[in-house]
Write a new protein. Sequence first.
Length: 405
Amino acid sequence: MSLLADKRILLGVTGGIAAYKSADLVRRLQDQGARVRVVMTAGAQEFVRPLTFQALSGNPVHTDLLDPAAEAAMGHIELAKWADLILIAPASASCMARLAAGMADDLLATLCLASEAPLHLAPAMNQAMWRHPATQANAQTLQSRGATLLGPGAGSQACGDVGPGRMLEPLEIVEQLVSAAAPAQVLKGKRVTITAGPTREALDPVRYLSNHSSGKMGFAIAAAAARAGADVTLIAGPVRLDTPADVNRVDVTSTNEMLAAAEQAADTADLFISAAAVVDFRPAVIATQKIKKEDGNDSDVLQLVKNPDIVATIAGRKHKRPFTVGFAAETEKVIEHAKSKLARKGLDMIVANDVSDPQGGFNSDHNQVVVIDQGGEQALPAALKTELATQLISLIADRAFGKSG
Ligand code: PMT
């Protein structure tokens, strides 16, 4: 999957002949799975009609700051918050000057001021304009504030000049965005074991005890760890999820199977993350035939025994003990209970998960957590589990190995 997949990209198009290439750029970004909305300046509309971008992006094109109809559909602040990334291509000399000066006199400049999303600019202008000290100073100012310049390239220009100032080709721009989106390799050379999903304890040949875990959180963490350069073993309970890229998957069903797989993987692991929702009790005996209600079985039909605690077993190792991170799924007094689990299970870190929140926890695409260790607490606000997983991996890598992304 591309690193731009599902990224919400706000493409700003400013006035310049290279604006025609931005139509193809929309397509190339969509090829990567990105969701694209286009903002055009007045100058850009002199070169290409908004309808072109509307047809290609599948979304209305935003052109005016003070258009009541457009504001009613998606206001400029909403649009600024929507963007994961702002890309201005082509970025004219005038656009760069106005951004460097912090102007908010048209929609695109206002969005750049109002958004916290990373800003990428693909300059396009005449070679003399690019070389001019004013433009160079503006470029430096923008870079010093965190903006990334993509290009410009050099070569023959529409005006007949030859030199720097050509907008990069759409594919080159996409390649540079993909490299910029690549996460820091904070787990390079590390072996990481992650448990995910539920366990399942058979009662008889047709019934079992389990819970609502979908495995999404643990799988997202495994994917994020692999992207961060780790050698990942994912021990998965019974879930319906595809294996993330570059991850070794071990499928298990019961808690004892998960424990055996965890013990084996932990022998060589630097980091163990227990995101699985492990069933705490299992039937003392698994009936070999389907349990019948006609057999005089009453309310005491089930006798349960306690399952081993997998994460506590790994954390309690005297030798070959990886840095051990647990989760705490709680419905009340979340921090208090999580802290007590951190201590009781001998963990290095715990991720407190309020599973009473219907917007997060079990089987949701979203989650919000508080990470707790000896150093204190850090809240990671509501986000897609895929995004939260990236933040978790960078936080854990920092605490476990002193590597920050
Ligand atoms: O899978 P999803 O649908 O995406 O949902 C994500 C999640 C809610 C399952 C996940 O984010 C989460 O909170 N996982 C831990 C669930 C849990 O069982 O919590 P717990 O508080 O009961 O257990 C505390 C810790 O001990 C956990 O790390 C758990 O993996 C571990 N444990 C628990 C019992 C046991 N016998 N062995 C264990 O290793």
